[in-house]
Design a binder for this molecule. Structure first.
Ligand code: GTP
Ligand code: SPV
Ligand code: MN
Length: 584
């Protein structure tokens, strides 16, 4: 099936261990996709949606215990424990392999083993990387065709290049006690069993393009980040590319395909990516980004014509929905979409509000990126796009202002490293508790955070035209828990300020924690945001920030001697400035 001997041998070994009934090598063709869908309709893995209004679209209901990433079952298995860092769970490679071999033994009996070659990034880009996922889930094989460049061209590239990331996946018995997601970055391999959920099972995504890739990127001098990439064209026709890291379910997809508000005629937004960016230092000293993915695996709840019309439009056909609710006439439904009442909830029960939300809070859509009206040709460019600004954002009801500018790259790395955000339904566990999520990479960095921050600092030193670094927060709330800022399309007003700062065309107010917009520089024309709310959104309270910086200090110290001294010094400078301000 392939001229790559290592790949052929690996498939044979895996088949001997897992005992599948059949082996299918995926070519990525439409006919193959159609056959996968037909099989899943027959087995009940997929339900067909109303073909009149939602052509070629399907609903998948997962096992109710398997609806989100499971960070407590995710491990980075480096030979040295300390290389994985306190940010990861660790097992020795030998222990992890022994445990996984036992779980994979016979796991594919009676099932088809799919060999899924894929390419992360434009197929002819030198920055792209390939992998092969072996899976016994047709849902995973079909989703990989939407989310990556999957099939024959990827296999040809693997045969040309030789090396590829090996991902082994089985649904196993879906029991949470026999669910593990193991990474062996030094072997360029991943093993995942017991879950069919996106981030646990579509191994090209978080496992390869973030955990394994971040480890490779550090060795090779680039960055693999949990970031959207977007282009913003101003009325003068100038194009500005922005990369933004927000934690899971904190607004990347929405920002990547933002629709400018009415007052912003002449502004255009182009989508390059909504979840992952691979960033390289160019020969010109700028930072260049590619999106390794080819599709969106996006959060359904909250998506509506009012908040994200581009998404609603792209979801009208050729989409796989997971764990959404259904209307009586077979259309997908979720909280926030409309004021209709659905007929069935995400588990297929007649809808009863007493059972909780109709759609699972982490219900998702899987759709090809080219279906999005704002999708940009630049996403296919082998060289990527040059980045003007990097944005870090979180979901914080208090403290963090609407927008803040880093004083320089090193201060920007501190802003990223000290990010905190309320947890969301994208991972199992409690929702709404503030936790540190440096660079939105807490669940995804495949090595020690101390080394990672050092790598960020070293990367900045290689950039002669480094992007500006910013922090945003769309999620500040008032005493009644209402959002202070309207968000969504209106966020362009903040992005405009960021672009103007990068161009050097406006001033800002300097504070110890960073630079804030001057009064009136965030345009509020046509918006219903009171003067008092705007003051709260752009105000730094020195006492509160002093406590925050104390927490940041102990957080950084928790990572031990690998944390770069420069980061501690930068934090101390901020604290000192705040102390002066508080006493003056
Ligand atoms: P992952 O796919 O998990 O990495 O998430 P993401 O960062 O792409 O998040 P997404 O854009 O899907 O948004 C998650 C949730 O936040 C959705 O329910 C959105 O409706 C909501 N959201 C996004 N942007 C905003 C905003 O500007 N303001 C408010 N209030 N909510 C937002
Ligand atoms: C996230 O949780 O950040 C996601 C969804 O983008 S998953 O691919 O499942 O990780
Ligand atoms: Mn994500």
């Amino acid at each position: 099936m392939t001229s790559n001997q290592a790949l052929a041998d690996w498939v044979r070994e895996v088949a001997a261990l897992t005992q599948p009934e059949k082996i299918h090598w995926c070519d990525g063709s439409q006919a193959e996709y159609d056959a996968l869908i037909a099989d899943m309709l027959q087995s009940g893995t997929l339900i067909e949606l109303d073909p009149e209004t939602r052509p070629r679209s399907y609903l998948h209901r997962s096992d109710p215990s398997d609806v989100a990433r499971t960070e407590h079952l995710t491990f980075v298995c480096t030979p040295e424990r300390d290389d994985a860092g306190p940010n990861n769970q660790w097992l020795s490679p030998a222990d992890a392999h022994a445990r996984m071999d036992a779980l994979f033994a016979g796991a594919m009996r009676g099932r088809t083993l799919y060999v899924v070659p894929y390419c992360m990034g434009p197929i002819d880009s030198p920055l792209a990387r390939c992998g092969v996922e072996i899976t016994d889930s047709p849902y995973v094989a079909a989703s990989m065709r939407i989310m990556t460049r999957m099939g024959a061209p990827a296999l040809r590239r693997i045969e040309r290049e030789g090396s590829f990331v090996r991902g082994l996946h089985s649904l196993g018995d879906l029991h949470p006690e026999r669910r593990f997601i193991m990474h062996f970055p030094h072997e360029l391999s991943i093993q995942s069993i017991g879950s069919g959920y996106g981030g646990n099972a579509l191994l090209g995504k978080k496992c390869h393009a973030l955990r394994i890739a971040s480890y490779q990127a550090r060795q090779e001098g680039w960055l693999a980040e949990h970031m959207l990439i977007m282009g913003i064209e101003d009325p003068q026709g100038r194009l500005h590319y922005i990369a933004a890291a927000f934690p899971s379910a904190c607004g990347k997809t929405n920002m990547a395909m933002l629709i400018p508000p009415q007052e912003y005629q002449g502004w255009k937004v182009k989508t390059i990516g909504d979840d992952i960016a691979w960033l390289h230092v160019g020969e010109d000293g700028r930072l260049w980004a590619i999106n390794p993915e080819a599709g969106f695996f996006g959060v359904a709840p909250g998506t509506s014509r009012h908040t994200n019309a581009n998404a609603v439009d792209m979801l009208q056909h050729d989409t796989i929905f997971t764990n959404v609710a259904l209307t009586e006439d077979g259309r997908p439904w979720w909280e926030g979409l409309s004021d209709e009442t659905p007929a069935y909830d995400w588990q297929g029960r007649p809808y009863d509000p007493a059972n909780g939300p109709a759609a699972h809070p982490n219900s998702r859509f899987t759709v090809a990126a080219r279906q999005c009206a704002s999708w940009s040709d630049a996403a296919e460019r082998p060289s990527g796009v040059p980045i003007t600004a990097i944005i870090f954002g979180g979901r914080r009801a208090s403290l963090a202002p609407l927008v803040l500018e880093a004083k320089n790259w090193q201060h920007g790395v501190l802003l990223g490293a000290s990010m905190a955000s309320e947890t969301t339904a994208a991972a199992t566990g409690q929702v709404g508790v503030v936790r540190r999520d440096p660079m939105a990479m807490q669940p995804f960095c495949g090595y020690h955070f101390g080394d990672y921050w050092a790598h960020w600092l070293a990367t900045g030193a290689r950039l002669s035209q480094a992007p500006g670094i910013y922090q945003v927060n769309w999620f500040r709330r008032d005493a009644e828990r209402r959002f202070l800022w309207p968000g969504y399309g209106e966020n362009l007003r903040v992005l405009k300020w960021i672009i103007e700062r990068c161009q050097g065309s406006i001033d800002a107010q300097e504070t110890p924690v960073g630079n804030l917009p001057l009064h009136g520089d965030i345009d509020l024309t046509g918006l219903d945001v009171s003067h008092e709310h705007m003051r709260q959104l752009t105000h730094i309270e020195p006492q509160d920030w002093l406590s925050e910086m104390d927490e940041v200090a102990s957080f950084l110290h928790g990572y031990g001697p690998r944390v770069p001294q420069a980061l501690h010094e930068e934090r101390e400078r901020v604290s000192q400035g705040l102390r002066q301000q508080a006493s003056g």
